[in-house]
Design a protein around this ligand. Structure first.
Ligand SMILES: *Cc1c(COP(=O)(O)O)cnc(C)c1O
Length: 355
C-alpha cells in the first residue's frame, strides 16, 4: 500500500511521475539503454533539457529577460552564488526562518549584508512586513515560504531594488508574477522533483556587473552560455523534474494547482482551528499553503496515540522539524486532497476516542 507521504523534502511526487521515471531508468524510450546511461550530449538528452527549460518558462510565464537554469549544489549553493554574482557594495536580507538565516550567513562571507527585518525574536511565527529597503542595496533577498516554520509570503514587497527569492518550498505552487524577481531559486526536492538539481531563474540583464573573476561553476553567465550544460548535468533529476512539470501543466499550471493547494490547506487548517486537541503555530495571515505546522495541546496524553493512529492510516513524515517539534504536514503540489482528508479524519478520530 502506497503511503501518504507528508515529508518536507525529499517529498511526495505524483504516482505517474514515479512510474515514468522508473520506466526510463529501466529502458529509456525503448532504446535498450537506461536514462542514466545516455550521454548528456546526445540528441535525446538535449531534447530533455530544452523541454525542461522551455516548459518551466511557459509555466512561470517568463519574459525574454528571464532564463531558466538547472544547476547542482542545492538551494544551499545559491546562498553563495547570489552574492557572488550580484553583490557589489551591500545587500539587504529579510530573516524569516532558518534557511533565510543560513542564506545570510553565507552572504556575509562575501560582502556587506544588512538584515532589514527579522521575526527571529518571535520564533519565526510570522513574516516580517512593512520594512524599508535601503535605496543603495544591490538586491533584496527574501524567502517566499519558510519550510520549517510554515509561514509564506502572500504579498511580495514593492520596491525598485532587484528582488532575489528563495522559492525552494513553494515554487510553482501558486499563480504569482514570476517576472518580478531578479533571481529566484529552488532546490528540486520539495515541489519539483528529486534531490540533485536546483532550478534557478535569472534576469540576464542584471548579471556581469560585479567585476569578480568567479570560478566558472559559480558564474551564472557560464551556465547561461551553455544552456545548463557547462558540465555534466544530473540527468535523472532533470528528466524527473521535466516529467513533473508535464504533470503540473496537465493540472492547469500554477493557476490550476493553486486552487487545489488552497482547498487542501483550508481543510487542514480548519480542522486544526476547530479541534480542541490541536493548535496552529503561526500567525493566521501568514500561514503556508505548503507546510502546515501544528501542535497537540497535550503531548503527554495524546502524542503516542496520535502517532500510532497516523501510522495505522498509512501516514508518514508528519513529524515537526527537530528544533520546532510538534507536527508538520507538507502538502506540496503532488499531495492529493485525499491524503489531507485521511489526516483530518485521524485528527477527528483522536478527538472522538481520546478527548
Ligand atoms: C530545503 C530548503 C533549502 C535547502 O535546500 P538544499 O537543496 O538542501 O540546499 C533552502 N531554502 C529553503 C526554503 C528550503 O526549504
Amino acid at each position: 500500500m502506497k503511503k501518504y507521504n507528508f515529508s518536507a523534502g525529499p517529498s511526495t511526487l505524483p504516482e505517474e511521475v514515479i512510474q515514468q521515471a522508473s520506466q526510463a531508468v529501466l529502458d529509456f524510450n525503448n532504446k535498450g539503454i537506461s536514462l542514466i546511461e545516455i550521454s548528456h550530449r546526445s540528441k535525446d538528452f538535449i531534447a530533455i533539457m530544452d523541454e525542461a527549460r522551455a516548459l518551466a518558462k511557459k509555466l512561470m510565464k517568463l519574459d525574454d529577460n528571464h532564463e531558466v537554469l538547472y544547476l547542482q549544489g542545492g538551494a544551499s549553493l545559491q546562498f553563495s552564488m547570489v552574492p557572488y554574482n550580484l553583490l557589489k557594495s551591500k545587500a539587504a536580507y529579510v530573516d524569516s526562518g532558518n534557511f533565510a538565516s543560513m542564506a545570510i550567513k553565507e552572504a556575509e562571507k562575501i560582502g556587506k549584508i544588512e538584515i532589514i527585518a527579522s521575526s527571529k525574536q518571535d520564533k519565526y511565527t510570522y513574516i516580517p512586513k512593512d520594512y524599508a529597503v535601503p535605496s543603495d542595496a544591490d538586491y533584496l533577498h527574501i524567502t517566499s515560504n519558510n519550510t520549517v516554520y510554515g509561514t509564506e509570503i502572500k504579498t511580495f514587497p514593492n520596491t525598485n531594488i532587484p528582488i532575489v527569492c528563495d522559492m525552494s518550498s513553494d515554487i510553482l505552487s501558486r499563480n504569482i508574477n514570476y517576472n518580478k524577481f531578479a533571481i529566484l531559486y529552488a532546490g528540486a526536492q520539495k515541489n519539483l522533483g528529486p534531490a540533485g538539481v536546483t532550478m534557478v531563474v535569472v534576469d540576464k540583464t542584471l548579471l556581469g556587473t560585479t567585476g569578480r573573476n568567479l570560478p566558472s561553476y559559480l558564474d551564472y553567465e557560464v551556465h547561461l552560455a551553455k544552456d545548463s550544460m557547462a558540465n555534466t548535468p544530473p540527468v535523472f533529476a532533470v528528466y524527473t523534474t521535466l516529467l513533473n512539470l508535464r504533470w503540473l501543466d496537465k493540472q492547469g499550471g500554477p493557476e490550476g494547482i493553486e486552487k487545489k493547494n488552497k482547498e487542501k490547506a483550508e481543510l487542514l487548517y480548519n480542522e486544526i482551528d476547530r479541534n480542541p486537541l490541536f493548535r496552529g503555530i503561526c500567525v493566521k495571515e501568514d500561514r503556508s499553503l505548503m507546510n502546515v505546522c501544528f501542535f497537540l495541546n497535550d503531548e503527554e496524553k495524546h502524542k503516542a496515540i496520535f502517532d500510532q493512529m497516523c501510522k495505522d492510516a498509512n501516514i508518514v513524515g508528519v513529524g515537526g522539524y527537530r528544533t520546532v517539534g510538534g507536527y508538520r504536514a507538507s502538502i506540496y503540489n503532488a499531495m492529493p486532497l485525499e491524503g489531507v482528508q485521511v489526516l483530518v479524519n485521524v485528527m477527528k478520530e483522536l478527538e472522538k476516542t481520546h478527548n
